[in-house]
Design a protein around this ligand. Structure first.
Ligand code: PLP
Length: 458
């Protein structure tokens, strides 16, 4: 029986990433407020938010300083834009702050309102750069199966998940995908992580050679794959990939939409994993999810290309009304100030061993095949048989069921394709709350195991 709000919801809303064929029966979880790492539903029931909302509320809920920063900017100047040379102080100060934080040489910052827009911008800028350099055929974009880069047309083309392609007439031509760096699932029997990484780098090189290096513009990757399964790369992976990209002058774009701003215990995931991208995309935790903001870093060669193209065309023809929205920028500035002042990133590095120890212990559970992550992100995979790694029929929806049991236990986690479950709590989670999170997850796994038996699933 759905509540009044839930009934009105199913009558009126289309929800992203929701099974609309069953939604009318299940209805939504309607949340009303939050505090710290806790959110409360419309009946006042608390849930530990083990997904930081959607990988973003790094500072948790009800942070008064962020509320004040937004309110102050709303009262002072709620909107102006960056078109045609207009500007405002929060955007200027934020761009300066970000330039200093960037782990790669950065000349300028371009703001968007989301991660999808940031990645779409990366594609357009890459094409723009190669046109300016007089090599218009160098256009193809390579990303990875199970990579997630968003839903706008170019971002969805880079995304490597079936739900973003099938029946959407995507990916666009010229968007190619290489293998997923998930050692547990895709390594051959006895293959070490290093050997698996080498095989994936060889696969990338073979693809570039087959397509022709003069046609391949960029390679895009998340440091830790998020929506594809919270998948940490095998050792040596990015070092070997980087060598291939350098060899063929392929631009490297790091999608830091989840890993940026402390998730792996470093300011950016690229630093934790030894990546040397030419540019990175960010969003989500730049405002702790309190306002929609994203962006990309612009290196000097790209900036020069944009200037020379502008001289030719009379303008830089890209940007949206809300690029660098003043309220979003003010909230981002305050968020970063708090990250620095409260040593949030260092705190992640300190808490990560405890979080990862509790996570990897889940691999002992009878229905868990793998449990692994980095920093304060991790994923686990439910299997029917630990030895063969065989999974249950996807139609049984085992991980979805586990997430529903977790919700009943007062814990929010997320199920992903391939019977995987992601855990990605606010960065301000305390060690005790980490224990609560995993204690509740174990209860959910136990209930799932009992449900599997009662359903006779094999
Ligand atoms: N890139 C990554 C790694 C993401 O996880 C996401 C969203 O989850 C996106 C891009 C897209 O961001 P948005 O949903 O803000 O468009």
């Amino acid at each position: 029986m759905l509540s009044n709000l839930a009934t009105r919801d199913v009558e009126t809303l289309i929800h992203p990433y929701t099974n609309l064929s069953t939604f009318r029966e299940t209805g939504p979880l309607v949340l009303e407020r939050g505090h710290g790492v806790w959110v409360y539903d419309s009946d006042g029931r608390p849930y530990l938010e083990g997904m930081a909302g959607l990988w973003c509320t790094a500072l948790g809920y009800s942070n008064e300083e962020l509320v004040e920063a937004a309110s102050e900017q709303m009262s002072r100047l709620p909107f102006t834009h960056l078109f045609s040379g207009r500007s405002h102080d929060p955007a200027i100060e934020l761009a300066e702050t970000l330039k200093e934080l960037m782990p790669i040489p950065t000349s300028k910052i371009f703001f968007t309102s989301s991660g999808s827009e940031a990645n779409d911008t990366q594609v357009k800028l890459t094409w723009y750069l190669n046109n300016a350099l007089g090599r218009p055929a160098k256009k193809k974009i390579i990303s990875r199966i199970k990579g997630y880069h968003g839903v706008t047309v170019a971002s969805a083309s880079m995304t490597g998940l079936p739900a973003n392609h099938a029946d959407w007439d995507l990916p666009l031509p010229g968007f190619l995908h290489v293998g997923c760096p998930h050692h547990y699932r895709f390594a051959e029997a006895g293959e070490t992580e290093e050997a698996f990484s080498q095989r994936l780098a060889d696969e990338l090189e073979a693809l570039i050679l087959r397509e022709g290096p003069d046609t391949v513009a960029a390679f895009v990757a998340e440091p830790v794959m998020g929506a594809g399964g919270a998948i940490a790369p095998p050792s040596g992976y990015f070092e070997k990939i980087q060598a291939v990209l350098d060899r063929y002058d392929v631009r490297f774009i790091a999608d830091e939409v989840i890993c940026g701003f402390g998730r792996l215990g470093t300011w950016f995931g690229s630093e934790a994993l030894g990546m040397r991208p030419d540019s990175l995309s960010f969003a989500k935790a730049v405002t702790s999810g309190y306002m929609p903001l994203g962006g990309v870093s612009i290196d000097e060669p790209l900036y020069k290309a944009l200037v020379s193209q502008s001289a030719k065309l009379g303008t830089f023809g890209h940007g949206t009304t809300y690029s660098g929205h003043p309220v979003a920028c003010a909230v981002a500035l305050k968020t970063i100030e708090i990250y620095k002042r409260d040593r949030i990133v260092e705190g992640v590095a300190e808490k990560a061993p405890h979080f990862q120890a509790r996570l990897s212990a889940l691999a002992e559970h009878p229905i868990v095949g793998e449990a692994r992550g980095i920093g304060l992100i991790g994923g686990l995979e439910i299997v029917a048989d630990k030895n063969s790694k065989r999974q249950y029929d996807p139609k049984a929806g085992v991980a979805a069921r586990c997430v529903a049991f977790a919700q009943a236990e007062g814990l929010i986690v997320r199920f992903l394709a391939g019977d995987r479950i992601a855990v990605c709590p606010p960065l301000v989670i305390s060690p005790d709350e980490i224990d609560t999170l995993f204690d509740r997850l174990i209860c959910a796994l136990d209930r799932t195991e009992a449900w599997i038996a009662s359903e006779g699933l094999t």
